[in-house]
Design a protein around this ligand. Sequence first.
Ligand SMILES: [Zn+2]
Ligand SMILES: [Zn+2]
Ligand SMILES: [Zn+2]
Length: 170
Amino acid sequence: MNFSAEASHHHHHSYGHDHKQCVTEALGAAENLCLARGVHLTPIRHQVLELIWDSHKAVKAYELLDRIKPSQQAARPATIYRALDFLIEQGFIHRVESLKAFIGCRCSEHQHELLLLICKHCNEVEERLAPAVMAPLSQEFSQAGFIVHSKAIEAQGICGKCLRFEDTQN
Ligand SMILES: [Zn+2]
Ligand SMILES: [Zn+2]
Ligand SMILES: [Zn+2]
């Protein structure tokens, strides 16, 4: 494959990143974890996961429903929500609270805390584990006697790729 010719047809975010590799790895990891855990990655769950991994952009439940309808006419919002609940529970995806949307998780083999960097320009969300930030935060919670149910810090801004792209346009 001639990458440079191929890339010129793509959105700028395709540069320097083989997204097919991301998808293959994420779906493979999910399939293996389901086998290991004895849970079923049903066709609808698999399809929803694949659709979420279509890109690194956060995707909303109704967008998933729209994209699933052509192949699964019986799909209802509840179908999507049940699949999303399963995928969250298994750690294959994360909910981006501030966008009410979902992204695929790159490290689904373990539960983890996260820092989400949300680009308001391209809507891509980068997940970072940020242990140097999370450890002192845990101390704060325990000092406060506070039990945390979900610990995700969401930051809104412009991602490095969009920033570089804007630079080359000026
Ligand atoms: Zn990717
Ligand atoms: Zn994750
Ligand atoms: Zn961006």
